[in-house]
Design a protein around this ligand. Structure first.
Ligand code: ADP
Ligand code: DP6
Ligand code: CO
Length: 339
């Protein structure tokens, strides 16, 4: 096969990955948990073809780019795996074309879907079956979670031994909680000022708050998140999710120079969520923000129409437009692996 065409979905971190303990093998300092979206919704599509004797090429969203070092690493590791399996006959140049159907580098997890689709595409091209998540992780840590659907756990390595590594597993399939919905609110589609990689490196290097609190908080929150999913307890999930998002942004601000990701609409959405929950005297909706100003809102199917209509009343027209202003994508969590 000399041409592959694959897609991979984004995943939304609820318990966030923030900080690496090993920059070469991309080992996370803490565990993380995420929800993988339906690949019909936000996804990256990557086409890879082979032809000998011409330079490697890469286009992202139809623009020519240099391959990043992390992409080169994914390519080389996949080629080494192929050589070991005898699936690599002669060197041919790769031509990689990738597109995201949503804003790139804006805090909507494009590195997760993008690098998951690259790892999946290369594994398909070279007929590699083993541990595609470990390959994806080398491209972007969060990408390893997009290789599974549903609720996904990326576990840090159990020991400091350099031969042991982190692992990824699905905790619950999407069918476990079919009423769960994610609304994605795009407050800005601009590229973020500082990449996630750079910001987390800064946090690890400079944030006392991170070093004092992070490991303990994750160890406490992880079983609570799992329990909230097991019991389908939306109120518990909502509080954990919002506290976790707020903590990430506290670390970002505690870093030096600070990484400032949230904009005034992000804060207005946070206010809106707390006001609505208070008004309804129950937990209707929760927010989480990755490293960017765009909100992921969790809600349940019965409440989704109410949340959407109030969002549209408070923030103007929702669901249309292509740039600034608030856009919401409704999503069922019919979660699929990359195909
Ligand atoms: P995000 O919040 O979107 O994940 P990051 O700062 O983590 O933002 O990563 C953005 C970077 O990920 C981009 O600058 C690009 O290098 C890489 N990326 C995004 N989408 C793709 C893709 N489809 N293929 C390859 N690389 C991608
Ligand atoms: C806030 O996976 O984008 O989205 O491994 O350096 O590519 P690299 O970083 P990336 O970081 C994701 C950070 C986050 C939280 C998360 O997805 O868990
Ligand atoms: Co990212």
């Amino acid at each position: 096969m000399s041409m592959v065409d694959v897609i991979a979905p984004v995943n939304i971190a609820l318990l966030k990955y923030w900080g690496k303990s090993d920059y070469l093998n991309i080992e996370p300092i803490t565990d993380s948990l995420s929800l993988t979206l339906n690949s019909k919704q936000l996804h990256s599509r990557t086409q890879i073809s082979l032809s000998p004797g011409v330079e490697q090429t890469f286009t992202l969203d139809e623009k020519h780019q240099n391959l990043t070092n992390r992409m080169k690493d994914v390519i080389i590791v996949s080629q080494l795996r192929a050589m070991r399996k005898g699936n690599f006959r002669r060197f041919q140049e790769l031509h990689i074309r990738s597109t995201n159907n949503f804003p790139t580098a804006a805090g909507l997890a494009s590195s997760a879907s993008g690098l998951a689709s690259l790892a999946f595409g290369l594994s398909t091209l070279y007929h590699l079956e083993e541990d595609i998540a470990a390959l994806a992780r080398r491209g972007s840590g969060s990408a390893c979670r997009s290789m599974y659907g549903g609720v996904v756990h990326w576990k840090r390595s159990a020991t400091d031994d350099k031969h042991s590594s982190s692992s990824v597993e699905q905790l619950f399939p999407h069918t476990h909680w079919p009423e769960l919905r994610v609304l994605i609110c795009v407050t800005s589609s601009h590229q973020k000022p500082v990449s996630s990689s750079e910001a987390m490196r800064r946090t690890v290097a400079t944030s006392p708050l991170f070093h004092e609190a992070r490991a303990t908080v994750v160890d406490q929150r992880l079983p609570r998140f799992i329990d909230a999913f097991r019991r389908r307890d939306f109120a518990a999930l909502a509080e954990l999710t919002m506290r976790e998002s707020n903590e990430l942004h506290a670390f970002c601000l505690d870093s030096w120079p600070p990484a400032i990701y949230l904009n005034s609409t992000s804060f207005a959405i946070m206010d809106f969520v707390h006001a609505l929950n208070q008004h309804m005297r129950r937990c209707v909706v929760a927010y989480t923000f990755d490293a960017g100003p765009n909100a992921f809102l969790l809600t349940l199917a019965d409440d989704a129409p109410l949340v959407l209509s109030l969002l549209s009343e408070c923030f103007g027209q929702v669901g249309v437009g292509n740039g600034e202003g608030l856009r919401c994508y409704g999503d069922d969590l019919d979660i699929k692996r990359a195909r």
